[in-house]
Design a protein around this ligand. Structure first.
Ligand code: NAP
Ligand code: F7E
Length: 328
């Protein structure tokens, strides 16, 4: 039985990837950091089938210990400080976790078992101030946040360990991908949660930042399939994973409000508070290499993604409201 170790298993992608690996018959192990309150909500449904190990990307010793215990065939490094605004307020911490964390894990793998296959979660944020459209594997990077800068380091350290030590290290340059499990502070989920609250009478307004930013948004469930396929290839390679379609935040807002029969203009307030010191204005990816070599393509379209997320938040918050009324 193949053993996989997933860092970031409690996050959006980690939870979908763990489900995929279980369905494929893997023994799934997850690295989890210590928290004062439980944060296992996303993996609640599979808790009895995964093995969790305490550890932190900030602590190289804990990574080596977990590798020694699990002896994985594949390691998926999904852990990161992944929220761009937090990287402006905590740039050094973000660099330590998101950039050096990848190096700590690669170094532990090199020393323990260089036969382990390694996946690095790289990001379209590395393209930042874009040099060409659409962005592909060969497009130069120009990150616009400490998060983007840290991800460039993570990307190149994975490439470097492949080229220096022959590690089977792949970097997936994933464009934005969302789901009902997306963190509430990211714009898509903030919108769908806000729409559901307004529809249910729990809120009246939704405060957002730059509505003009454009992103290539896909569904996280589709993207973890591409991640897994990268590690099943004969050769380690890097891949862009994207839908090839870009939409503005404004379009996402319009579609989400329209889905529940509301006019967004009556509810959305633009606040400078949510603007960033430097913005990534426009991203759209070209996943031709992944289509050709991984035989991968996204299945969920933009409109379906918006509807899926709004419906999930309506069900979640509607259920809570009924529960509150029942208790009252
Ligand atoms: P996410 O929901 O924010 O999850 C991040 C995970 O990393 C969580 O499990 C978190 O644990 C863990 N983590 C954070 N700091 C850690 C540390 N010091 N040691 C160990 N674990 C730590 O992120 P996601 O959306 O699933 O994204 C997964 C990865 O892909 C991230 O590396 C992200 O930067 C990258 N990425 C995401 C996208 C996207 O659109 N979603 C696109 C490109 C790349 P806690 O639960 O304890 O916080
Ligand atoms: O912002 C604008 C904001 O925070 C998207 C991470 O997963 O994807 C994600 O990074 C856009 C930006 O994602 C609000 O200015 C407007 O232009 O949802 P986001 P992100 O920064 O693109 C990449 C690929 C990653 O790798 C990251 O880990 O939306 N925006 N108003 C807003 N953004 C937020 N968060 N909140 C607002 O109110």
């Amino acid at each position: 039985m193949k053993r996989a170790l997933v860092t970031g298993i409690t996050g959006q992608d980690g939870s979908y990837l763990a489900e995929l690996l279980l369905a494929k018959g893997y023994a799934v192990h997850g690295l989890v950091r210590r928290t004062s309150t439980p944060n296992l909500e996303r993996i609640q449904g599979i808790l009895s089938r995964v093995t969790l190990h305490p550890g932190d990307l900030l602590d190289g010793g804990s990574l080596a210990a977990v590798l020694g215990k699990v002896r994985p065939h594949e390691v998926y490094n999904l852990a990161a400080q992944s929220f761009v605004p937090a990287s402006f307020s905590q740039p050094l911490f973000t660099g330590d976790v998101t950039a050096l964390g990848a190096a700590r894990l690669l170094e532990a793998i090199r020393q323990r078992d260089p036969g382990i296959r390694f996946y690095q979660a790289s990001s379209s944020e590395m393209f930042g101030k874009i040099r060409e459209t659409p962005q592909r594997e060969t497009t130069p990077f120009h990150p616009r946040s400490p998060y983007g800068v840290a991800k460039v380091y993570g990307h190149w350290i994975a490439v470097n360990y492949r080229e220096s030590y022959g590690l089977f290290a792949c970097s997936g340059i994933l464009f934005n991908h969302e789901s009902p499990r997306r963190g509430l502070e990211f714009v898509t989920r903030k919108i769908t949660d806000g729409v559901a609250r307004i529809r249910l009478g729990l809120a009246r307004t939704l405060e957002l930042g730059n509505l003009d930013a454009q992103r290539d948004w896909g569904f996280a469930g589709d993207y973890v399939e591409a991640i897994w396929r990268m590690l099943q290839q004969k050769e380690p390679r890097d891949f862009v994973i994207a839908t090839g379609q870009s939409h503005s935040v404004r379009e996402f807002v319009e579609k989400a409000f329209a889905h529940v029969g509301l006019d967004w203009r009556k509810h959305v307030v633009v606040s400078k508070r949510f603007f960033r010191p430097a913005e990534v204005d426009y991203l759209v990816g070209d996943a031709a290499k992944a289509r050709r070599l991984l035989k991968w393509k996204p299945r969920v379209e933009f409109e379906d993604l918006v509807r899926m997320m709004v419906d999930a938040d309506l069900a979640r918050l509607g259920g809570k409201r009924i529960e509150r009324a029942r208790r009252a």
